[in-house]
Design a protein around this ligand. Structure first.
Ligand code: PEP
Length: 253
């Protein structure tokens, strides 16, 4: 039985004061749910990670980074390693978020290295993948998602892949107000689980959590969560409002 998992991606939002306030409000609102029936994480900007981790230290809400570099240390000006993130209290790191793939230009190969580096440094990667609108319209969704999945997990053995959470996030649904229908999302989640079964065996495939992300709101979360292969939600915009994020967490139970 996979435990639901809800993660909030704050993107490049909040400041040192409002980030801590938001974290506290989420912790207060989700007190009875987080950690017991649902795993919860928030992913603030790098510079506020430590403050938010401190504010959440007595709660069961975990902290994740929005990105991680693919090397552990050295001459990589401006980058942040998994061991540094672990050191300041991070549990998770997003790898391959669509904004990093399509705004910053990260390739499948780089995402793969980041996933491996995250695991090596003691973090749990949340591996994001998903198709563009043009790819969906050209009926290429399955091909794109399969390629991203295989490339992203390349070289990871069964033991390492158990550390990974996958987040299916159709790019056309991120920050657009367009949500995949539960059926559309379930179709892709089922494909991902089938591919995981081929790559790692049925048992491992049944254990790996696959989150859906893309304009999740309090009014669509519960319906998405009824689908068999949707194990949780990766939430952007709505995770910046404590009430909305708490409502989404509660809808995921
Ligand atoms: C995201 O940032 O991963 C995301 C899904 O954003 P939104 O919920 O705003 O679409």
């Amino acid at each position: 039985m996979r435990k639901p998992f809800v993660a909030g991606n704050w993107k490049m939002n909040t400041d040192s004061h409002s980030g801590v306030e938001l974290a506290r409000a989420i912790a207060d609102g989700a007190l009875d749910a987080a950690g017991h029936s649902v795993d919860v994480a928030v992913c603030p900007p790098f510079v506020y990670l430590q403050a938010v981790a401190g504010a959440l230290s007595s709660t069961s809400i975990a902290v994740g980074a929005q990105d991680v570099y693919c090397e552990q240390k050295g001459a990589f000006t401006g980058e942040i390693s998994a061991s540094m993130l672990k050191d300041i209290g991070c549990t998770y790191a997003l790898c391959g978020h669509s904004e990093r793939r399509h705004v910053i230009g990260e390739s499948d190969e780089l995402v793969n290295k980041k996933i491996s580096a995250a695991i090596l440094g003691g973090l749990l990667p949340i591996f994001c993948l998903g198709e563009l609108l043009s790819e969906r319209e050209a009926l290429e969704t399955d091909e794109v998602v399969s390629r991203q999945l295989r490339n992203g997990l390349s070289g990871l053995d069964v033991e390492k892949v158990s550390a990974v959470t996958i987040a299916y996030e159709p790019v056309w649904a991120i920050g657009t107000g367009l949500t995949a229908t539960p059926e559309q999302a379930q179709q892709v989640h089922a494909l991902i689980r089938k591919l995981l079964g081929e790559m790692y065996g049925e048992r491992v495939a049944e254990e790996i959590r696959i989150l859906y992300g893309g304009s999740v709101k309090p009014d669509n979360a519960a319906e998405l969560m009824t689908e068999k292969d949707i194990d949780g939600l990766l939430v952007g915009g709505a995770s910046l409002k404590a009430d909305d994020f708490v409502a989404i967490i509660k809808s995921s139970l």
